[in-house]
Design a protein around this ligand. Structure first.
Ligand code: KG4
Ligand code: ZN
Length: 343
């Protein structure tokens, strides 16, 4: 079964073709980062307009790369939410139109379900049940994943998301937008131990997070120092160490509280090398294994959406999925409200 995935929830247009027998055939991505960086953040109206320009050429390019024709596609999977309403509407309307014209099913996919399942695209892949640490620009959540569509929220941020904290701190350090990767690069030159930042909610007893205070602590630190390249790097490292320690400790607590031994890390912050090293070594010391998506599938992409669609189709082999006659998007959408596939 050949599934076309369409991701347009924020500032990346991602298209992919996933075949249930042959795996991922091709995927393409257009990032709008350069366009938004001028404004220091995503401008929703510009994002929607750009997705309109990109989706169809990328669909053609993805088909060409996979040596497939439009009529060979068996189903469309598009991101239905959460995300920017206007941006989501572009992918949803094109997905629904293709579904209607080709008389094939259209599946509206939850963006975070895409992220959650993305490590299953790699080998070795985790098996259900597992704990997922979702760390993106908009979300920071610990979920228990028992099966497709069966997600239990264990804890989440009470304010800023981890990626948002990286981006805001990067901005304070004069790095571009989004600054997570740049901050992480700068931190590599940092001197460990020069600065120590708070570990918010580390001992809160629950699995929630809070990151908004960290950027304030960074701002206070910046205001007290003469900012040289080395000082910036030292602050970047201190910030990263704080966030990595909290994410790691809470993930380990989630594993021990549930008795599970597999941890999946998904979302853009999952690309952070210090987080990866720290999580892997601490988890393996406790007999647990950590699974990461390929770096290119950590941030937003179409492959995870095509894959999530394919998993849902496979989980309900006898279900009749009519072609789309309408479509809807959910800018806000709770992952726990998703339903398990049925036949
Ligand atoms: O999952 P994603 O592509 O988009 C959302 O759905 O939000 O995540 C983007 C976030 C941004 O905040 C970005 O700064 C962060 O992931 N990010 C990183 C790294 N690469 C991307 N944060 C820390 N270290 C990185 N290497
Ligand atoms: Zn995302």
């Amino acid at each position: 079964m050949l599934v076309l995935g369409i991701e347009t929830s924020c500032d990346e247009t991602g298209i992919a073709l996933f075949d249930t027998k042959r795996g991922l055939l091709s995927h393409t991505l257009y990032s709008q980062i350069e366009m938004h960086s001028e404004y220091g953040g995503v401008v929703p109206e510009l994002a929607s307009r750009d997705h309109i320009r990109r989706v169809l050429p990328l669909v053609k390019q993805t088909l060409h790369a996979a040596k497939c024709e439009l009529h060979e596609i068996d189903a469309i999977a598009y991101t239905q939410g959460p995300g920017l309403a206007g941006a989501l509407l572009v992918g949803a309307s094109i997905g629904a139109a293709l579904s209607f014209a080709l008389k094939i099913p259209a599946l509206g996919i939850h963006h975070l379900e895409g992220h959650l399942l993305s490590p299953l695209l790699s080998t070795p892949a985790p098996s259900f049940p597992f704990i997922a640490l979702l760390v993106s620009g908009g979300h920071t959540q610990l979920m228990q994943v028992d099966a497709i569509g069966c997600y239990k929220l264990l804890g989440e941020t009470v304010d800023d998301a981890a990626g948002e904290a990286f981006d805001k701190t990067a901005k304070l350090l004069g790095l571009g937008y989004p600054g997570g990767a740049a901050l992480s690069k700068l931190a590599r030159q940092g001197q460990a131990g020069r600065f120590k930042l708070p570990r918010p909610m580390l001992n809160s007893g629950d699995l929630n997070f809070s990151f908004s205070g960290l950027k304030t602590a960074v701002l206070t630190l910046i205001n007290k120092q003469e900012i040289t390249q080395q000082t910036s790097a030292d602050i970047a490292l201190a910030f990263q160490e704080a966030i990595v320690e909290v994410l790691t400790e809470k993930s380990l607590t989630a594993l021990s509280r549930t008795g599970l031994t597999q941890l999946v890390v998904a979302g853009g912050v999952g690309a952070n090398d210090q987080l990866r090293q720290n999580l892997s070594s601490k988890a393996s010391a406790k007999g647990a294994t950590v699974f990461y998506p390929e770096l290119e599938f950590c941030t937003d992409n179409g492959a995870m959406i095509a894959f999530a669609g394919a998993m849902r189709l496979q989980a309900s082999p006898d279900k009749i999925w009519p072609p789309a006659s309408s479509f809807t998007v959910n800018a806000r959408w709770n992952l726990e409200m998703l339903e398990e596939p049925d036949d």
